[in-house]
Design a protein around this ligand. Sequence first.
Ligand code: KIV
Ligand code: ZN
Length: 514
Amino acid sequence: MSSEKIWVFDTTLRDGEQVPGCQLNTQEKIEIAKQLETLGVDIIEAGFPISSPGDFQSVRAISKAVQYPIICGLTRAVEKDIDVAADALKYAKRPRIHTGIGASDFHIKHKFKSSREAVIERGVRAVKHAKKYVEDVEFYAEDAGRADNEFLARMIEAVIAAGATVVNIPDTTGYCLPHQYGAKIKYLKDNVSNIDKAIISVHCHNDLGMATANTIAGIINGARQVEVTINGIGERAGNTSLEEVAMVLKTHKMGYETRINTTKIYPLSMLVSKMMRMPIQPNKAIVGKNAFAHSSGIHQDGVLKHRDNYEIIAPESVGVPTNSIILTARSGRHALKYHLERLGYEQTAQELSATYDRFLVMADGKKDVTDDDLLNLMAGKVVTGKIELDHLQVTCGESLTPTATVHLKMGDEVKKASAIGNGPFNAACIAIDRILEEQIDLEDYLIQSSINRSYDTAKVHVKVSNHNKSYVGFGVHTDIVTASVYAYLNAINKITALTVNIPEAEVVEEVAKA
Ligand code: KIV
Ligand code: ZN
């Protein structure tokens, strides 16, 4: 049976980039656009050219840098927007203008202070104006999710008659349930007389966690283009995530196909998360840190017997490095044996029993156990979260030199150092590096607040590197410098190369006490 093509329209660089704090410069956008091309997306929405000179420049630069995908620029149903978008797209090999206006009575009344007939007329004028510049014009009926279907059908029929080649039916507020959204697409298929002249596109937001389900319901009911973002980033709760839709279609073999090379998904997800400073929730489908991690003994055992017992997607098929089973203190002997053999250690039952006891001591002090940890375990090094903050004092202020004094508890010993830096956290990092006699580079730093009445906590994520390997850490405290130092130490405790500095006996003892 031949499959029907689903066009993948990626809007990471437009709807995704609208998220506060996620803004990218032109160079970064070009890098992501090139990776989207390699991933196999059909259309890249590169920006909203009239919104800023930066967006204009980016759309132009991406148009030059990318060969295969259609490059799309967003506009309102405003002539000036369309003129500027056409200019930004002038170097695109395959340009598309994406114009539109509100379709729900909420938007018509409260956003446009207009009438149903007037918005249809504005939409039609916008499409005709865009057609003067490009053949490929997509029309969006904003807030179509809450629009009256009969009115929506009239609007869509009018813009197709005006030349729209793609009609986008956004669930802008993420309001619809899958059966409602599917029925809306079916209604348009059945009631718009010229619908065969355009591709129906689905653009769903995730406010109720329905974005992927709604997108799939749209496809089942006749949509042939999906508007998605990497990692599902986007306004508020985000947009439909590309990786979820691509893997639903691949896993369920529903008779649809995309051009997505799914093995490129994970690396691009990492790139977008890093560049946009947007951490991925660990349990995020397909690309979350735990998406393929089986940590309970029963699941690990089941996966080792046959992967299909607990895995519906092979991690390699989305580019996740293999060996994603994470060992934890709850892992059984069977899982430990499997991973040791994989790393080349054959053990007798007696040896395994002794190794397992040492493994449990190590795993107790860590959240998860990696290959490096196992290699250290077998080399007689103990790898645990054992460097603790014993004392931290900082001075800083407008006319003061930032200074930090740090005491670290390492095994039974407490080591101390002071340093100055360009800020209190920097001073504390320098002091810590001094104690450890190691060069640790802070690669990335993210602080978020969680305001909880009078208890305001700072959540800090850091990424550090040591000997060309990266480690991430997390810390939380009401004091931002303390939270930052916790995160730094959390990452440092994962640097296995450091463990050799700590006498094994002391460390084991300390873990045992904990
Ligand atoms: O969510 C939405 O309605 C949009 C349109 C501008 C396409 O992003
Ligand atoms: Zn949107």
